[in-house]
Design a binder for this molecule. Sequence first.
Ligand code: NDP
Length: 451
Amino acid sequence: MAFDYDLFVIGGGSGGVRAARVAAQGGARVALAEESRYGGTCVIRGCVPKKLMVFASEFPDAIAEAQAYGWTVHAGGFDWTTFRTKLHAELDRLEGVYRGLLGKNGVETFDMRARIVDPHTVELADGQRKSARYILIATGGRPVKPDLPGAEHALVSDDLFLMEQLPKSILIVGGGYIACEFACILNGLGVQVTQFYRGAQVLRGFDDEARGLVSEEMIQAGINLHLGTNIAEMEKLADGYRVCGTNGQEAIFDQVLFATGRAPNTRDLGLEAAGVAVGRKGEIVVDDYSQTSAPSVYAIGDVTDRVNLTPVAIREGMAFVETVFGGNPTPVDHDLIPTAIFTQPEMGTVGLSEEEARKRGPVEVYATSFKPMRESFAGRSTRVLMKLIVCAETRRVLGCHIVAPGAGEMIQLAGIAVKMGATKEDFDRTVAVHPTMSEEIVTMKTPVRSA
Ligand code: NDP
């Protein structure tokens, strides 16, 4: 049977664009449909604008530090409108780059929604039908709010980049990556931030000591963090929200942000008709090669709810192309993925937390927490943490956890060593780079705990 295309990709985010581009470079006839903007969550409403906001939010501290180092500098106000205009110009530029990459490589694009009609056919929003030997679903995810009266008016992370003005006060609900990152960003930009997290400590699943320090530093920086607290009731007022917490306190906030998780974008994609199985959260079920229960349909990225990170989606896209068009079945390696949470200070982490490692066997824990030179000189009480979890039997470093300014940059490099299977002795053999914070990672001589 002759198909219109070898590959039809639904979704123009990081994963979809990469797969489309690489397949086309290899000679496949490729089309891609995107209903919103090219670049997807990462470029348009996630990692990229978030990181630019992180940079913007760090200046008050930098100015205070400059004063402590003898500079005569004074912070004026932060002009959100000026920043937002520049931010959106940058996102437009990046979207253009993504579009350009597809065009240059001969990928035909359709700026509209697409759904699957059968395992080899896609229907576009304008009614056109296109056939393809393979269909790749890369539709990502979206933020979800709890089913709570009043929540329908509140913000999700997508909305933050579009705000006309910064609120004076905000309540952030949630304790994951997004809640904690935006609590720090908005706090840095001068918004009064209150955060409710229903559990005992934010950043569930990460190393306890590391998340404990992040949480302490967030509180120290002025975030009004309430643990074990959720919204009991909320009411939209003409100008803000009245919120009753499960802690019995009532307060008025200009805005409320729900950072309560994300759901895969599988609604109305025609999956059932195509025989594509979905899981309990609506995620597309795939095997190690990203193949769905319909053999000609594959899925990558957040829509599969495996590890929801941009670089992982990109790898899944590359592995898909290698498997299907390169004739070289390539599973995606989801083990030992380094990641960073851009709180202030940042947390960088790779491998097992102390708690997880202990469950698996005897470990030695090496950790040091100290005031870094730069902040200490400026009279600040900020602390950082460097921590290694070592297998007592093999001596392999099973986990590395860093809470420090720049931890995201550090963990990328530590991640190589951990991925290579480095032992504690390999770390010890490496000469320290002096004077740095990260030198502590190779100079910890005695375990603080063994278990
Ligand atoms: P997460 O799943 O990480 O966190 C959701 C948070 O909301 C949790 O603290 C959860 O609590 C809480 N929550 C869930 N439902 C409710 C509810 N009904 N009421 C109150 N609280 C609730 O999601 P995020 O949205 O923060 O991030 C999604 C994913 O995006 C991340 O897991 C990550 O993969 C990715 N991401 C990565 C970033 C990075 O690399 N720096 C940055 C941002 C996102 P509980 O812990 O009790 O379940």
